[in-house]
Write a protein that binds this ligand. Structure first.
Ligand SMILES: Cc1ncc(COP(=O)(O)O)c(C=O)c1O
Length: 414
């Protein structure tokens, strides 16, 4: 993994030994590589360099302010899905003219905030939302720039919980209603049509669903044009997968080829919303093994990180590779790496051959940069871990470990 490697038996992030970070910051701890972050954004920027393009980083994957600011300074915009994300993106200095706002449940307040900010466009997910946005914009004496999120009914061949472009999904406007909705949008006083949007799912590892979706979107853009509705942006969403295990997802270059070869004659800029493929393999979660416990049927390795820190294994049965921070000799054993949370579903690894491990050892749960900290919770009153960014020979705290006081902030005993 770019930025994460062994020197001898010791795991390093760039030039810093992981053990050194944990000695001063404790565990569990998220550690990111600045180089890996920069390289993954650059790969997109280079792939689309000949075309008017905004890489609107899907910050739901990891909304840490420092990461946002680093990506923003490199030229990224942001795909936001709530008022809170808009606030974070702006606080991190992402320019509003590179911010797009998606999500099925935008409230009046969120609409007003985004209109006040002057974002690039709203990605509208239903007919009612379109009408409401028009009313809100008119009440503010503004027109809202919009794209309609069109649901192309393409199977992304990924986990059902992260498939978003199927007919049965709650996202977007069905393809067969989209032209009528665009015509309606063109009539609404508070709406200005600027784009088309789609996003079919996450952790896509094959090129064919992208191809199908791009074909449908481009055909739809041409249909709109024939109906006198031009768009200046094609927002083709995110979803490019990463290698967790032995997947071989397409590269941004391959995606750009598929997109740009279809865009001829459309005269529109491209917006992409990658999240996971920017941060996923730029981060890991390091945990310390507390106890070993053998039962008649299973070997449990009990760690200080659990589903509250990284929920992907519990939620999706997701695979994360496990690397020892210091390699030991000897033979590993099959078992579960579980957390301290009071749920049977609290595991990071299940029924897998683990490296040789003793109590007190540190293990790195790899590929945890996306939907890791972002989905962490305080369940069981567990403070969320620190986040550390390694840049060459240095490391810095980009989010302090939460304290017990953080756990009760805002509460009171009346
Ligand atoms: C609208 C939208 N755009 C972009 C993304 C980012 O997807 P990924 O992290 O797979 O690139 C998502 C993820 O859910 C999304 O819903």
């Amino acid at each position: 993994m770019n930025g994460f490697d062994y020197r001898g038996n010791e795991l390093f992030v760039e030039n810093v030994p992981v053990k050194k970070i944990v000695e001063s910051m404790g565990s569990p701890v998220y550690i990111y590589s600045e180089k890996a972050l920069r390289d993954s954004l650059s790969a997109y920027q280079e792939a689309f360099s000949g075309h008017r393009t905004i890489i609107a980083y899907a910050m739901k994957a990891n909304g840490n302010l420092k990461i946002l600011s680093l990506l923003g300074k490199m030229g990224a915009g942001a795909d936001v899905v709530s008022g809170g994300e808009l606030f974070r993106a702006r606080t991190a200095g992402i320019p509003v003219e590179k911010i797009v706002f998606a999500g099925v449940g935008k409230t009046d307040v969120e609409m007003r905030e985004a209109l006040d900010a002057g974002i690039l466009m709203f990605n509208i997910e239903s007919s009612m939302e379109l009408e409401r946005l028009s009313r809100v914009a008119v009440s503010m004496g503004k027109t809202a720039p919009v794209a309609l999120r069109v649901n192309p009914d393409v199977d992304p061949k990924t986990h059902p919980y992260i498939s978003t472009g199927l007919k049965k999904s709650k996202f977007g406007i069905p393809m067969d209603q989209a032209l009528e909705e665009y015509k309606k949008a063109a009539r609404l006083p508070g709406i200005r049509i600027v784009g088309i949007h789609q996003h079919i799912g996450s952790q896509l590892t094959e090129i064919s669903p992208f191809r199908d979706a791009f074909d449908r979107m481009v055909a739809f853009a041409r249909l709109l044009k024939e109906n006198g509705i031009g768009v200046s942006w094609m927002d083709l969403g995110g979803g490019l997968g990463i290698r967790y295990d032995n997947e071989k997802p397409p590269t941004p270059k391959e995606i750009s080829h598929e997109i740009l070869s279809r865009m001829k004659g459309l005269d529109a800029g491209v917006i992409l919303e990658p999240g996971r493929s920017i941060v996923g393999n730029a981060g890991m979660l390091v945990t310390r093994v507390q106890y070993l416990k053998e039962t008649a049927v299973k070997m449990f390795y009990i760690a200080d990180a659990g589903m509250n820190d990284l929920i992907r294994p519990s939620l999706y049965g997701a695979f994360h590779d496990l690397w020892p921070v210091e390699k030991r000799s000897g033979k590993g054993r099959k078992g579960d790496l579980v957390g301290p949370v009071c749920e049977t579903g609290d595991f990071l690894v299940q029924d897998r051959e683990l490296p040789p491990v003793e109590p007190g050892d540190l293990l790195a749960v790899m590929s945890a940069g996306a939907y890791g900290f972002a989905m962490a919770s305080n369940y069981n009153a567990r403070p969320r871990p620190a986040e550390i960014l390694v840049s060459g020979d240095r490391f810095s705290v980009i989010r302090a470990r939460e304290t017990y006081q953080d756990l009760i902030r805002g509460e009171g005993i009346v």
